[in-house]
Unconditional design. Structure first.
Length: 347
């Protein structure tokens, strides 16, 4: 009996080894690396409450790591880069900022789709990692337009351990990442699990994250923020924040020039507008960078005079109506840029 089990084990092992050798990614020069180890072949189910309505959210990321269904890389012309405020894993895809922008393009009969590459916790240095460690590994992937939704995470850049998680150092974790990103067996098991066994992962009510968020609410417009935050000189922490952000932007600029990309930069706001000096400084530095390099810029922070109470479920993340409002403000200028750069006509 033991011999039979042993021989069966050997047979299965050798069979899987042959399958991996033929169909796996072990010997490919550009197999997927650790930077998107948790961002491929995902299908998670959440029950979410937005504005007192329950939504069944399927958070799905495809083979190449983009949010949504499978796609041929050569069909991707426009990519949206952001952190969790762009990813919005707890929001149905069609109601995210990117989903809303795509809906507006569809309504205008403009044949452009924006593909969402946002991942939680990503800053400017995370965008750099994407080009070096992720996008470079996708065959036939050559979009020219990248939309960078920058601000909130970079304003917390001094918190080193909070953002842009990189390569894990422990041997078991590194081995698991290596197998996950190279094994065809692991990929098939992911697909089978997602199709037949993926159940509701969690019930989550964004409204409960911070019930007192709007207790003493006041919206700080750009002009108000400018008066408040330029009244005094910069602290040493302010200078360090700007210095690191500039370094990141300069590295990103090298990539933009090398790849001859068309970048579109969008500033950000929080639930109370520009209520943070760090966010104000990051937005201002981003504007200077875009203007000095003649890059396309959408000054979201200067275009919004107010946003409704309850449109954010915490300081940084929008609920469905908040996402829709931001998309509608971003869209007019974004539409013009996309039509111009892709040489399309609006119907």
């Amino acid at each position: 009996m033991k011999k039979i089990l042993f021989y069966n084990f050997i047979f299965i092992f050798l069979f899987l080894l042959i399958i991996e050798f033929i169909f796996g990614y072990w010997f490919e020069e550009n197999n997927f690396g650790f930077f998107i180890r948790n961002e491929r072949l995902i299908e998670k189910h959440y029950k979410i409450k937005h504005h007192n309505k329950i939504y069944d959210v399927i958070y799905k990321r495809n083979f190449y790591g983009f949010r949504g269904d499978e796609v041929e890389p050569k069909k991707i012309k426009v990519v949206f880069e952001g952190g969790s405020t762009g990813n919005q894993r707890f929001t149905p895809e069609k109601f995210t900022i990117v989903g809303s922008l795509n809906e507006l393009l569809l309504n205008d009969k403009i044949e452009i789709k924006i593909f969402n590459a946002s991942t939680d916790g990503k800053t400017t240095r995370g965008y750099i990692n994407d080009f070096e460690k992720w996008f470079s590994k996708i065959k036939n992937f050559d979009p020219k337009i990248f939309i960078f939704y920058i601000g909130i995470n970079d304003s917390n850049w001094l918190q080193k351990k909070k953002f842009d998680t990189g390569e894990r150092t422990g041997f078991p974790e590194r081995l698991a990442d290596y197998v996950k990103n190279n094994s065809i067996t692991a990929e098939l098991l992911h697909k089978i699990y997602n199709k037949f066994f993926s159940k509701l992962k969690a019930e989550y009510n964004p409204n409960y994250v911070n019930k007192d968020l709007y207790k003493y609410y006041s919206y700080i417009k750009y002009e108000q923020a400018k008066k408040i935050f330029t009244r005094f000189g910069l602290s040493e922490n302010d200078k360090m924040l700007i210095k690191r952000f500039k370094e990141g932007l300069n590295k990103l600029d090298d990539i933009i020039n090398k790849k001859k990309l068309i970048p579109i930069f969008i500033t950000q706001i929080q639930y109370n507008g520009i209520g943070s000096i760090n966010l104000f400084l990051i937005n201002e530095e981003l504007k200077n960078f875009a203007i000095n390099n003649n890059y396309q810029l959408i000054k979201l922070d200067e275009q919004i005079d107010t946003i409704g109470e309850g449109d954010y479920y915490d300081k940084a993340h929008t609920q469905i109506l908040g996402s829709k409002k931001l998309a509608e403000i971003i869209y007019p200028k974004l539409k013009k840029i996309l039509l111009k750069e892709l040489h399309l006509n609006s119907n």
